[in-house]
Design a protein around this ligand. Structure first.
Ligand SMILES: Cc1cc2nc3c(=O)[nH]c(=O)nc-3n(C[C@H](O)[C@H](O)[C@H](O)COP(=O)(O)OP(=O)(O)OC[C@H]3O[C@@H](n4cnc5c(N)ncnc54)[C@H](O)[C@@H]3O)c2cc1C
Length: 422
């Protein structure tokens, strides 16, 4: 039995903590947020690999995971269906997954309000200094697993050169209650994974459970993500500034988004998007926004420290893999520890498996996202891009890889760092 400390108690942290605890290890999670994190997330696309990771924890939640859509629909600017595709998929939500994973983990091992400050290690153990309110705490462990997100303070200490990379566009996001929508939108869009692709932009949406994870008709909600190009500069600065003039470089909290920016986005939605999506924007109580980044690591292990989930790799959201990738990282770490114990061999085996997967996810997501910045606005190019989006966005590669036209580039470099295997 090894002492394993998991830093970050979101979905990635809870996946790995639950797996390692079931394998008999002494696991604790430290999470900097105090109090409930529930209700903070939005929609999540599920893949078979995510369900497999839940099943590994003996959590049979398939029937209550989320909302099943029969397929996809592409709408034009007038709201007509340009393309339909049969592609059943279950859409879940951050809150639902968080609830499932948190309930499965012993509360006394999940320590909230504890923020990692510094890490040190030697050949015997790893030591973590953390703060809780105004006091300092120290944790000793055989292994530290960093699941502390894209701005990971642990990664910044061990691999300071690995930094998030702005993609050149933002996403407006939100969740609109089903009961507010017109029959037109309910009948032509609501039950589908929907797309509308005006030149250089893209909105996608899908139904998710409503409050209290209610999946009954009339009680659900529609989750949307609207990608809009925005180069670094004044426009980006303005949109990340609240109505009182405070600027948030790394992303503006949902409730701080300026009402002027929301009004402007709704006006643009009326002019650019299908009426169904414009209505959804109009009736979403609090649309929020997020600049899109990706993050590519060239190392995920340093001695007794393993980095996983968003702390290690963040692919742009087009592949819908953030949570599934974290679940796969968790599975790979747990498998490696089962095989080799809490040892350097286990760390090496994890790194070997997941570096390649992380690189591949980043590459595929950049390929899908790059069309947003494409300068080619010919109708041929637009039609090609529309079909690409519908056929390849957030597909479950375990089931539909035969539909994908993506080809991995062997000479791909991450943030200018050459892949050491090439
Ligand atoms: C509240 C919340 C809502 C989200 N909603 C969505 C969503 O709607 N759709 C979607 O696709 N993805 C969402 N995500 C991202 C999604 O959860 C991740 O892509 C996925 O779970 C893998 O990320 P992760 O668990 O590795 O990191 P994250 O989910 O980013 O979690 C990192 C965790 O580490 C904690 N942390 C950070 N620094 C420290 C520190 N110094 N000490 C201790 N703890 C620390 C953070 O508070 C956070 O809980 C959300 C994340 C969060 C935290």
């Amino acid at each position: 039995m090894a002492r394993i400390l998991v830093a970050g108690g979101s979905l990635g942290g809870l996946f790995v903590a639950n797996m390692l605890l079931r394998d008999g290890h002494d696991v604790r999670v430290i999470e900097k947020v105090k109090g409930s994190m529930n209700g903070r997330g939005a929609g999540i696309v599920s893949h078979d690999a995510l369900v497999n990771a839940l099943e590994r924890l003996d959590l049979d939640v398939q029937s209550t995971l989320g909302v099943l859509v029969p397929g996809r629909v592409l709408l034009d600017g007038s709201g007509n269906a340009l393309q339909k595709l049969d592609m059943p998929q279950v859409l879940t939500s951050w809150s639902r997954l968080y609830q499932i994973l948190l309930e499965a983990f012993p509360a006394e091992r999940y320590l909230q309000g504890v923020a990692v400050q510094r890490v040190e290690q030697d050949e015997r153990e790893v030591r973590v200094s953390a703060s809780r309110d105004n006091s300092e705490l120290t944790f000793e462990a055989d292994l530290l697993i960093a699941c502390d997100g894209i701005r990971s303070s642990i990664r910044q200490q061990v691999f300071p050169n690995t930094q998030p990379h702005y993609a050149g566009y933002i996403a407006w996001r939100g969740v609109c209650e089903e009961s507010l929508l017109s029959d037109f939108t309910l009948n032509s869009l609501f039950d589908y994974f929907g797309f509308c692709v005006p030149a250089d932009e893209q909105i996608i949406g899908y139904p998710v459970a409503g409050p209290n994870n209610d999946t009954r008709r009339g009680q659900r909600a529609y989750n949307f993500v609207w990608y809009r190009p925005m180069p670094q500069g004044d426009e980006l600065r303005n949109i990340l500034t609240d109505a009182d003039g405070n600027h948030y470089t790394q992303g503006i909290p949902p409730h701080k988004v300026s009402w002027r920016q929301i009004a402007k986005a709704r006006e643009d939605a009326r002019n650019l998007l299908s009426p169904q999506f414009a209505e959804i924007l109009e009736k979403t109580a609090q649309p929020f926004l997020q600049p899109i980044y990706d993050l590519a690591s060239d190392q995920v292990v340093s001695g007794r420290i393993a980095i996983m989930g968003d702390a290690a790799f963040v692919a742009r959201p087009h592949i819908g893999m953030g949570v599934t990738k974290a679940a796969e990282d968790a599975t790979a770490i747990s498998d490696s520890i089962r095989l080799y114990g809490a040892s350097s061999q286990a760390m090496a085996a994890y790194s070997e498996k997941r570096l390649r997967a992380g690189r591949s996810a980043i590459q595929r997501a950049r390929w899908l996202g790059d069309y947003i910045k494409s300068a080619d606005s010919s109708s041929k190019s637009i039609v090609h891009r529309q079909h690409l989006m519908v056929n390849e966005t957030a597909i479950d590669l375990g089931r539909y890889s035969h539909l994908s036209t993506f080809k991995e580039n062997e000479h791909f470099t991450l943030n200018g760092i050459a892949d050491p295997k090439n």
